[in-house]
Design a protein around this ligand. Sequence first.
Ligand code: DC
Length: 220
Amino acid sequence: MGIVIAIDGPAGAGKSTIARGLAQRLGFTYIDSGAMYRAVALWALRENLDPSDSHRMEQLARAAEIRLEAGGGVSLNGEDVTQAIRETAVSVAASVVAAVASVRRALVEKQRAIGAQSNVVMEGRDIGSVVFPAANVKIFLDADPAERVRRRAQETAADPARVSGEIEDRDRRDRARSESPLTQAPDAVYLDSTGLSIEQVEEAILRIVRARITNGKEFR
Ligand code: DC
């Protein structure tokens, strides 16, 4: 088992940017677990399948060959889907697929297998609470709703009013589902990134990492 740094939190809190930067600085593997739910959702949409159909979605989740590249690239069954999985329809379908228990079981297995092989910074909703309850460091990264909408709108060049509705719906579904809802693990450190720069958030987390991991490994 490698070292695991788990970063959970709602949409638009800055998880991807922060997790990718931290992984680079630490020389760890960056894993965007949300991209795995998105890849399954994309496949379902292309096949015209209902993303809440538990049986079919489990089949897709188990059959999907998902590759996550170090730079953030994502491939599904050999095809580069880095851009395609970011479309709004896929975001919506991903949060429906993510509520299916059998899909979660299949993808959590894949996530644990990756964590068993290397040191990882893994971001998602349930990494510290379910996927790696014994993670070395757990961060719950949050930000004010208005700031999360602003960041997401800027990132996707979309209309803030539309982004606001979409984020609200997605967060509600992610927090309300019965299976592994978005929640802060009791031993996670809560970090509010509102008004902080990427550099400031990274530094705050690195301080926690250095304080927690005292097994002689060196960090830059
Ligand atoms: O982080 P993201 O927006 O790319 O995630 C896409 C969807 O997948 C989102 O609705 C939450 C869900 N998700 C999840 O349920 N568990 C994870 N570990 C990661 C993402």
